[in-house]
Design a protein around this ligand. Structure first.
Ligand code: GDG
Length: 454
């Protein structure tokens, strides 16, 4: 068995009392079984990084992290990664900024990471690089002579060619990605966008799902990511009797809970979601005082200007909605930008009547799957899901909405709140079967099997 070397911007080094995130769960088995290595940024920046990784071993897995140059980290992360690539990959050209200096910093950071990783690599390692921050890392490894297998997985959407070409250097990034042996995406749509875009822009021949680059086959594939459904369900059951959830229940009285939980990010469609809720209260007076909507919007990427603007807009909108509809003993919208512990969140999902997940675009969206996993089989809630989330490809029995249409969101809320138990159960059972089938572990395994064969 080849050793798995996992490379991502952030490294999830296991800590006591902390539950592991999606990526860590998905890769745990392969990392352990192959006595693997997880490599990435240390979380620290320094004026002049040594370029030497700090290495530790926990439970048979090696973790190696490096510091990055302070001068490069800002333009790499807040700049090219999150003010250029993130909006572009989410089809939001109007929000995309571009400057050459930030792109140069992006390349330097990818090169520095590759340089630090090289001495840790063995020729027959299986290298798996994650996400949009590290698009040129594989090519940097090749330049330094690594000839083993490299796979790349994009966690976010990939747009059609007409959008991608807006990026100066778009072709350069494609060429860099094609130094890998396998390029993976969340959905067939993303894969197709990349495949056809690259073939056309670079004038490449194709063979099935592979692109032929100077005689070399580069495989492409769709690998939808999942969650540990059983584990999340157990967490939700446990949390439902815990103190925060009991307090929540008490504060709700007999009102139905609508819940949303997202990073505070414009891709998540929060503005329109709030408008949809506002519209529900206006157009459906019978629902007034009978619902409470809790939106957890954990602050994210505060160093990027667009995120600060969004925060201001949401604060204002939340204030206006409550100001207009609230009563002295009823607050329709509870909006918090603080992080809620994962366990508590799972418990909240379980007691909610509606899960409201309406991103404008999303690679997958794990919240949708977590909401499904957390439900009580005897009395499940209803999932309202954007048709533009990768998860919509699998969760067909959700109430699928176009997130651009606030009135459609309001209508779906009305339908969800009135949905009879039989229909709720039937929809939930079908979705739960799928959430159990495609898990974090099966995703990791599927990708690595394909990479091994590449
Ligand atoms: C990227 C892609 C793709 C949310 N609020 C809180 C909190 N969360 C947790 C959720 C979930 C995770 O964060 C968010 O995952 P998503 O998949 O929904 O979204 P992104 O962060 O944008 O992730 C996405 C994913 O990568 C995996 O490939 O699905 O499309 O954009 O687990 O529960 N967790 C805690 N407190 C919060 O307030 N503890």
């Amino acid at each position: 068995m080849a050793r798995l070397v996992n490379v991502s911007y952030r490294v999830a080094i296991p800590k006591k009392g902390m539950s592991a995130g999606g990526l860590a769960v998905g890769l745990a088995e392969s990392l352990k079984a192959s006595r693997g290595l997880w490599f990435g940024w240390s979380g620290h920046t320094v004026a002049e990084p040594s370029g030497k990784a700090e290495v530790s071993e926990i439970g048979g897995v090696t973790y190696a992290t490096v510091d990055l140059a302070t001068a490069d980290h800002g333009p790499f992360y807040a700049g090219f990664s999150n003010a250029t690539l993130w909006p572009l990959l989410h089809y939001r050209l109007g929000l995309m900024e571009f400057d050459r200096a930030a792109f140069a910093a992006y390349r330097r950071v990818n090169a520095a990471l590759a340089e630090a990783l090289m001495p840790l690599l063995r020729p027959d390692d299986l290298v798996w690089v994650h996400d949009y921050q590290l698009m040129t890392l594989g090519a940097e490894l090749r330049q330094r002579g690594f000839a083993g297998r490299i796979g790349f997985f994009l966690h976010v959407p990939f747009p059609p060619r007409d959008i991608w070409v807006s990026l100066p250097q778009g072709a350069v990034l494609l060429e860099a990605l094609l130094e890998c042996d396998l390029v993976g995406f969340q959905t067939e749509t993303d894969r197709g966008n990349f495949f056809h875009g690259a073939a056309r822009m670079l004038g490449l021949q194709t063979e099935g799902n592979a692109l032929i680059v100077k005689g070399r086959r580069v495989a492409t594939g769709a690998f939808p990511i999942g969650i540990d459904a059983g584990g999340f369900a157990r967490t939700a059951v446990r949390a439902a009797t815990g103190k925060p959830v009991r307090q929540m229940r008490e504060s709700l009285g007999d009102r139905a809970l609508i819940i949303g939980a997202d990073r505070l990010d414009y891709s998540k469609g929060l503005i329109n979601r709030f408008r949809g809720f506002d519209h529900l209260l206006r157009s459906n007076p019978a629902q007034r005082r009978r619902v409470t909507y809790l939106q957890v919007a954990a602050r994210s990427r505060v160093e990027v200007a667009q995120y600060r603007t969004l925060r201001r807009e949401l604060d204002q909108l939340a204030g206006r909605i409550n100001g207009e509809h609230a009563d002295f003993d009823w607050m329709p919208l509870r909006y918090m930008t603080r992080d809620v512990p994962r366990t508590t969140l799972a418990g909240f999902f379980r007691i909610a009547r509606v899960g409201l997940v309406t991103p404008m675009r999303d690679g997958m969206n794990l919240v949708a799957k977590e909401f499904v996993a957390a439900q009580d089989p005897a009395d499940p809630g209803v999932l309202i899901l954007s048709q533009f989330a990768g998860a919509a490809m699998e969760l067909r029995e959700a109430l699928l909405v176009n997130p651009h249409d606030a009135e459609e969101i309001a209508e779906a809320l009305g339908v969800a709140l009135a949905m009879p138990l039989d229909e709720r159960k039937a929809r939930w059972e079908a979705m739960m079967a799928r959430v159990r089938e495609v898990t974090a572990a099966s995703w990791g395994k599927a990708f690595l099997e394909r990479l091994t064969a590449a």
